[in-house]
Write a protein that binds this ligand. Sequence first.
Ligand code: SF4
Ligand code: SF4
Length: 383
Amino acid sequence: MSIVSISNSEPLIRKDDTMRYRPFGKTGLTVSALSFGCMRLSDDQEYNTKLISQAIDLGVNYFETTRYYLGGTCQHRTAPGLVGKIPGVIVSGKEGIGPDQTAYRFRKEIERQLEILGLSHFKFFQVGWFSWGMMQHLLKRGGVLDAIREAQNQGLIQHVGFTGHDTPENFIKCIETGLFDSITVPYNMINRAYEPTIKRAGKLGMGVVAMCPVAGGVLSLESDRLKEALKMDLPTTEMALRFVLANPDVSTACSGMNRVEQLQQNVKTVNEFEPGSCDFGAMCEGLDRLRAALGDRFCTGCRYCIPCAQGVDIPGYMDIYRNWKCFGLDAWATDAVKRVPKDKDAAKCNDCGDCEGKCPNTLDIRKMLKELLSLKKQDPDIS
Ligand code: SF4
Ligand code: SF4
């Protein structure tokens, strides 16, 4: 790819009548409070093109992509909707890091993603699947940071962020290196693990992209308990977006959208929500009370209980159990139990009790599995 001299001063799209905007950390960029995760685009390309184009028309100016989503087609599905509108939006690309990653390969990947998307440069590029343990591969001579700095010097990348699934504490260490302009992490009402990380990022002036604001659809179902906890009589999806955006350190809530109605509803929710009108601390306290009702004995996801000799996906079931009991998501839990693959089904449990001996939280795993299985019996659709 030839290196082009670019202007980095194009104004981003701003539609104040339909969208709200926030500073993206200290980058000087102003990003739409709702951003578009392109990992759920459909197989209907004409529809994808219209959807992305409509999102931009409604004021969305941040699109999260990588070549690896959707079997390698995510950026191909995204690009046609951007045509003619590229200068006004941020389209972030992403490449992973690992022991074998080199500056040369990372650079080639940046060029490849630019080409697919039809961009002259990335306003944002993410180091993906990052963790504290990967820092050595970032910093080594001939490693990823060399590629990033060179691409920045040549105008192919303006800003750099990271994303991944390390512990909140390790991500704080990554943030404190000062090497990054943004962080992208999952954050929603039922997964607040990265709240301290987000707070630290905000304090240090980093942009924060909150992924999975509706927890991959879990928070699309009605929950009276959540309404009561948040003191809002709204559909769960709306409460979920409001909660994420009520956090003053979140720059944008990145929702993976694939339907026009979903886009329009999310845009409406964000536009109508005045963050100053709600008390984020009180919302957190409400959610904390729901969690506290479970007591200290809930699954922390440590996975010490596996493998189970019968193949039961114990942590997966415990996750369902926690969301079910904590948030009163009965219909969701029933559906989730129904969707557990046969080879991981709790029906195969032979009551050996090995898992309970390994669980540091002394959970009554067998009893909990039986409770979950009883949901099946209550559902006439399930054989
Ligand atoms: S050992 Fe206990 S706390 Fe850890 S994942 Fe298994 S059930 Fe959850
Ligand atoms: S009690 Fe059931 S779930 Fe636990 S290890 Fe034994 S077979 Fe697996």
